[in-house]
Ligand binder design. Structure first.
Ligand SMILES: Cc1cc2nc3c(=O)[nH]c(=O)nc-3n(C[C@H](O)[C@H](O)[C@H](O)COP(=O)(O)OP(=O)(O)OC[C@H]3O[C@@H](n4cnc5c(N)ncnc54)[C@H](O)[C@@H]3O)c2cc1C
Length: 316
């Protein structure tokens, strides 16, 4: 039987986020129609990209600006669109907006939810996600008419599947939120410019970075290639950077293609947050630090000296 699968697309300033393509690849299933739910009014700009990954229908949610900023309204609009298109599985990204939106959708629909999925078998209704700080993988069997699935960014390699998509609109202007009002919105601070869970490359600093001033240098270098900047708990506890940058068991779980560790020992607790990185490169003065034997490449050197050299090379 033909299934209808819904995929919530995230865009940033009118441009589609690259991490959507892995999610679409994961959501693709035999005999399925793929519906992309697009929030922004710029659906036409996203059309070509979405078609090249096999989307069959692009549903533009027509919402006013104040509605778009309201997570309850967005969740309700998506639920209405899901029902209108007879969707049996809703995919979204396990990013900051996804972590806000998907649980709301699941709760309002009484639907089962699994976040941070790395694999989904829609036939068997089994979602695979990591547990216990990444020590085990759990296959979770879901029951319910509609499944809600958060996909870990960068977990799946995108594979193209050219197609042509029809465009439809869904008018959500009548949707209101009860008891939830957005008072103020603003730009995130500069440090959060590149989302860690979505970053392709992450520069992570530890105790060896020594100060917040040196972290500013790490930001400067990372900015040249649009890399995210993360930190160990020691760097956070020392007050050099905010907690939102901590990677590890009690911090963010990240999955970049490349993770560069600057002056960081590679404790078990830190690894719990980044061990699925595609490639690890370590710069440390101690050849015997745990991070070295767990890295693909390492440099035995002073992190600040290497950083200065790399910045010079990248800024040319
Ligand atoms: C319950 C619990 C939860 C925790 N959760 C987390 C977590 O989520 N994330 C996390 O990161 N930690 C966590 N920790 C802390 C963790 O155990 C480590 O203490 C921490 O990760 C170490 O941080 P670090 O690597 O920066 O510091 P260190 O272990 O002190 O390592 C610093 C490294 O920098 C090197 N170095 C020093 N100077 C230089 C230089 N100039 N150039 C190059 N290298 C240099 C040193 O050789 C050393 O290897 C947790 C601990 C507990 C108990």
């Amino acid at each position: 039987m033909m299934k209808n699968i819904g995929i919530i697309i995230e865009s940033d300033k009118g441009k589609i986020k690259e991490t959507n393509f892995g999610m679409i690849t994961l959501a693709r299933a035999k005999d399925a129609k793929l519906f992309a739910f697009v929030m922004a009014a710029d659906a036409n700009a996203l059309k070509k990209d979405l078609e090249s990954y096999g989307i069959t229908t692009i549903v533009t949610l027509l919402l006013a600006d104040d509605q778009l900023n309201n997570p309850v309204v967005r969740a309700k609009a998506l639920i209405n669109a899901v029902k209108a298109h007879d969707i049996s599985a809703v995919f979204g990204l396990s990013t900051a907006p996804g972590k806000d939106l998907l649980p709301r959708i699941a709760a309002l629909m009484g639907a089962p939810l699994v976040m941070d999925c790395i694999h989904v078998d829609l036939e068997k209704k089994v979602a695979t996600t990591s547990q216990y700080s990444g020590k085990t993988l759990a296959g979770i069997k879901l029951t319910g008419e509609v499944l809600v699935l958060g996909v870990r960014p960068n977990a799946v390699e995108p594979v193209k599947f050219p197609n042509s998509a029809e465009m439809v609109e869904f008018d959500g202007s009548h949707i209101v939120s009860n008891g939830f009002k957005v008072l103020k919105t603003g730009e995130a601070d500069r440090k959060a410019k590149v989302s860690l869970v979505e970053a392709e490359v992450i520069f992570a600093g530890g105790r060896g970075m020594k100060s917040s001033e040196n972290f500013a240098l790490l930001f400067r270098c990372a900015d040249t290639i649009n890399a995210g900047v993360a930190a160990s708990r020691v760097a956070v506890d020392s007050g050099w950077v905010p907690y939102s940058m901590q990677v590890g068991q009690t911090g963010e779980k990240v999955n970049p293609r490349v993770y560069i560790a600057w002056g960081l020992s590679g404790s078990i607790q830190h690894f719990a947050g980044m061990k699925t990185a595609g490639m690890v490169i370590a710069i440390n003065t101690d050849e015997n630090a745990a991070i070295m034997s767990n890295s693909d490449y390492y440099v035995v050197a002073d992190a600040l000296e290497v950083l200065a050299e790399l910045t010079k090379l990248l800024e040319i």
